[in-house]
Design a protein around this ligand. Structure first.
Ligand SMILES: Nc1ncnc2c1ncn2[C@@H]1O[C@H](COP(=O)(O)OP(=O)(O)OP(=O)(O)O)[C@@H](O)[C@H]1O
Length: 252
């Protein structure tokens, strides 16, 4: 599913001093962040901290007003979102944005559009691998996507992202509107995908879930990086815990 042309440890995504504005409003003030091949990196932070805006700047949906976005070593700051998908930078957006009136199968085909849909044998192979990961979707290929549960729709959004054969999969707010049990299941899927070699950037408000599966994490506040480090360390940082995990002291 992922191509192996880059050696382990290479930096896939390198955001350098990003600034992003909506008119006069500054959403991202100064964010620098790296994701190395093979990592699962979490970005946590409260509502309005600038996480989604950073992702939009990284994926080309909104042009940053300052700084650089390097992907696989090349400056992609001004590259379109579509071109970036072709390079392997794929996003599962906040709110999933699946096509509710289309079938599960059609939603998957749309994920492969960047490689010419399912016409090629390679895309069919990718589809089979993706459906192995999500047997629930395999059983529902003909079902209207909008009639599935929230958890199933999130599975479909991830599966559709995988159809584009990402080098890096960015997932914005996986947990949005989902019950804790479903969030747990989906986090398990992401962890398994990462162990199988997929590089993931997980942007998540539910910090404890994200820190539990990530190698490395960034805490965003007011459009800046407030903290950065190994997830294990951040999960025990009293300030991070108090601000995001609702606890006053590190767990014993
Ligand atoms: N299209 C927009 N136009 C103007 N301001 C925006 C726009 N989108 C976001 N903002 C503002 O930018 C700031 C950062 O928002 P952003 O959505 O990036 O934060 P976030 O950390 O992802 O929060 P959430 O988890 O609630 O989405 C907020 O103050 C928000 O109101």
């Amino acid at each position: 599913m992922t191509t192996q042309e880059i050696s382990p440890g290479d930096v896939l995504l390198d955001i350098q001093s990003m600034e992003l504005r909506y008119g006069a409003a500054v959403a991202v003030r100064d964010i620098s962040l790296k994701v190395k091949r093979g990592q699962l990196v979490a970005v946590i932070g409260n509502n309005g901290a600038g996480k989604s805006s950073m992702v939009k700047g990284a994926t080309g949906l909104v042009a940053p007003s300052g700084g650089k976005v390097l992907f696989r070593g090349a400056d992609t700051t001004r590259m379109s979102a579509h071109a970036k998908v072709g390079q392997g930078l794929v996003m599962v957006p906040e709110g999933r944005l699946i096509f509710p009136d289309q079938s599960v199968e059609d939603n998957l085909v749309l994920g492969a559009y960047v490689h010419g849909g399912l016409k090629g044998g390679r895309a069919k192979q990718t589809r089979d691998k993706v459906l192995e990961l999500f047997p629930r979707l395999k059983e529902r290929l003909g079902q209207q996507a909008g009639s599935m549960s929230g958890g199933e729709q999130q599975m479909l959004a991830i599966a559709r992202g995988l159809m584009a054969e990402p080098q890096l999969l960015i997932i914005d707010e996986l947990s949005l509107g989902l019950a804790p049990k479903i969030v747990d299941q989906l986090m398990g899927v992401l962890s398994a995908l990462n162990r199988a070699g997929l590089t993931i950037l997980l942007v998540e408000q539910l910090a404890s879930y994200a820190l539990a599966i990530a190698d490395h994490a960034y805490v965003i506040a007011n459009g800046r990086v407030a903290r950065e480090g190994p997830s294990r360390v951040l999960a025990r940082d009293p300030e991070v815990m108090e601000a995001f995990l609702g606890r006053k002291k590190p767990a014993a």
